[in-house]
Design a protein around this ligand. Structure first.
Ligand SMILES: Nc1nc2c(ncn2[C@@H]2O[C@H](COP(=O)(O)OP(=O)(O)OP(=O)(O)O)[C@@H](O)[C@H]2O)c(=O)[nH]1
Ligand SMILES: [Mg+2]
Length: 243
């Protein structure tokens, strides 16, 4: 954690990184996270069989273990382990497809615009050829169009790199255990009228390791069906009142 940045956040930021067998990428990723942005960096390990947990803790991150598989469950486990003083949470993937250098402008824009939810859009930004499959691009296009149709809110992507106010996240009452988590967050935020926005970010092919979601046709189709099903659920079910 070498790069000093002239940014003194008003929010108390934490970073959550769901990771399943990402030992080959995590060390490099954590070394590239700009210093001074986050008060806590939580790597949520879902029973990885490689050295994901050791690499993460050796790089100074807090490792949270969540035995039950699933991207959404991993995010929930990270949220349950947040320090009490955290007021806003950023999320990013562990395979170096998101660029840690984008974190600074994400947090700066988030504060400057007083957003509840700010998403890094790979559609507005640059994505390496092959980093997003045609099916993924179509799925993102379709689901963002459906959100606009259902709730009148514009998104251009379902990107994993994002930041949200902790109190706003609590109001959303997210409950998807797997890959419907990101779209559930955007759909519920749209439905509740939160202040949402996007900034362009860069996206690369995964650095190493194996895809758990969109690297295979079956994985992409399952994710696609899950995303559309989650949208339907958000449309037909009332957002439960926050506790
Ligand atoms: N903890 C945890 N992390 C997961 C799980 N599934 C995926 N992840 C992590 O979630 C992020 C996204 O998963 P990926 O496999 O990269 O999915 P993808 O980006 O759609 O596919 P690629 O383009 O091939 O990388 C990565 O950091 C994974 O390690 C899970 O069940 N548990
Ligand atoms: Mg990936």
């Amino acid at each position: 954690m070498a790069v000093m940045v002239p940014f003194s956040p008003r929010h108390r930021f934490a970073l959550i990184i769901p990771a399943l067998n990402e030992a080959e990428s995590l060390g490099t990723l954590l070394a590239q996270v700009p210093a001074g942005l986050f008060e806590a960096i939580l790597v949520v390990d879902n029973g990885s069989t490689d050295r994901t947990a050791e690499v993460a803790s050796a790089a100074g991150a807090t490792v949270i273990r969540e035995p039950r598989r699933g991207y959404g469950r991993a995010c929930q486990a990270g949220l349950a382990a947040l320090p009490a003083e955290t007021t806003a949470v950023a999320f990013m993937d562990a395979d170096l497809s998101d660029d840690p250098a984008d974190l600074k402008k994400l947090l700066q824009e988030f504060e400057a615009g007083a957003f509840d939810l700010l998403i890094g859009s790979r559609t507005l930004g640059w994505s390496e050829p092959g980093s997003l499959t045609p099916l993924q691009r179509f799925g993102n296009w379709l689901s963002t169009r459906l959100i606009r149709l259902l709730w009148g809110v514009r998104f251009s992507d379902l990107g994993p790199l994002r930041v949200i106010r902790r109190d706003a996240l609590a109001r959303l009452q997210l409950r998807d255990p797997t890959f419907g988590w990101n779209i559930e967050m955007q759909a519920r935020a749209a439905k509740l009228g939160l202040k949402v926005g996007e900034i362009p970010v860069s996206y690369r092919r995964r650095h190493a390791g194996h895809s758990k979601i969109s690297g295979t046709l079956v994985g992409s189709l399952r994710a696609g069906i899950k995303i559309l099903w989650t949208l339907g659920r958000c449309y037909w079910t009332r957002t439960p009142a926050a506790p």
